[in-house]
Design a binder for this molecule. Sequence first.
Ligand code: ZN
Length: 486
Amino acid sequence: MIKKIALFLVLVVVAVVAVIAFRTFSNTPQTPDIAAVTVPEIDSMAAARRLAEAVRIKTVSTGLDNPVAAPEFDKLHALIDLSFPLVATKLKRETISDHSLLYTWEGTDSSQPPVLLLAHMDVVPVERGTEADWTYDAFSGTIEDGIIWGRGTLDDKQSVFAILEAAELQLAAGFTPKRTLYFAFGHDEEIGGGNGAQKIAELLKSRGIRPAFTLDEGMVIVQGIMPGIDAPIAFIALAEKGYLTLQLTASTKGGHSSIPPRKTAIGKIARAVNRLEENRFPASLQSPAADMFSTLAPHMPLPLKAIISNRWLFDPILISELGKGGATNAMVRTTTAATIIDGGTKDNVLPATAIATLNFRLLPGTSVQEAVDRVKTVIDDPDITIEIKQQNEPSRVSSKDVEGYRVIETTIREIFPDVLISPGLMLAGSDSKHYEDIAENSYRFIPMRFGPDDLSRVHGTNERIYIENYAEIIQFYRQLMENIGG
Ligand SMILES: [Zn+2]
């Protein structure tokens, strides 16, 4: 009997190992056969100068309570007209909420749904105290050693200008798109897009316009960031996480600190924050993060490849390992970050209230309401009130099995033959969310080449872009216009 059980166990182990090995080694890269295209010459130095000029205009979004930099937007609009004369004369331009721009490039075939290219013209301010850390002033638009320096060269004036450069080139070449192309450039993305993108989306909706897809900022081409993969990887984000800021207020009786109660307001708020950190949101590997791992698995070194190719067995280990990293953790769960704490003014006075602000980034599929309910349950303290300060539901997950995704993928292969392509999840937010009502699929990708230290330049110090890469971005949009509109 024991012999039989032992034999049975051996057979089970052999079978499991065989399945793991089969699934691992049959998981080979699937790269469609798309050849690189020859692209027309462009004057990249002249394009770089136009972008540098845009960087010098301070279209800074400072906060919801502050007025936008109105004269600066007027200057930027004038620069755009001056820089792109064919766009200015041949495309219809509408101004929305005084500062956002909507371009319409009428197609010849109205039976085809249009495509909407998105970008934003505002930038974040330079954090006070870091001005001197910049190699060149943040708004100098310096061009040096093949690099354009300054705020907005990665987020997101490079995209506004590259789209317009591409359109200008296409117009000069006599191109007319079959399907209508829209370019929507918001002016307040960095403070939520409520007056820009949201209003443009409402206008398009009122006209009954239903784009086949939208393409916006989001993810990029990264190299040297994904463990075990040396090749550059272009991530096309299929979704963006939701955004939720909660203010927790603990209220107790104030008074003199010589006769304190058993639980102070500060103690209560500290306990609440601690409970939230100790009880993280549950982790799960869902689309699009799951699509990303399955797409890249064939390119990964053996142990990782075996684990990801056999999720039926290794999922608990995989998810737990992903939960240990920073960015990988953010891909598998709704994250919790305590960002502001406030309470008390004097060393011998008990504050009546203590306040903590927490910022959550919601995984697609987790609603704001579900997150708030969970926070309440975890804190489990009737003396703490919870107030929603800011909220955006996570986006839908767009399909990677439709024409929109495929045309972006094809364009990347044509312009960047050396890169791998994968779906991805955008951890930050974009204007795309405002267009969910009118476009079923939204993709978030700009072919900027990022190394390990480039992500910190976005919203950070020494934002800059290589002219060579900027020219590639222009070529990408130009080819995309050919592919979707030709
Ligand atoms: Zn941006």
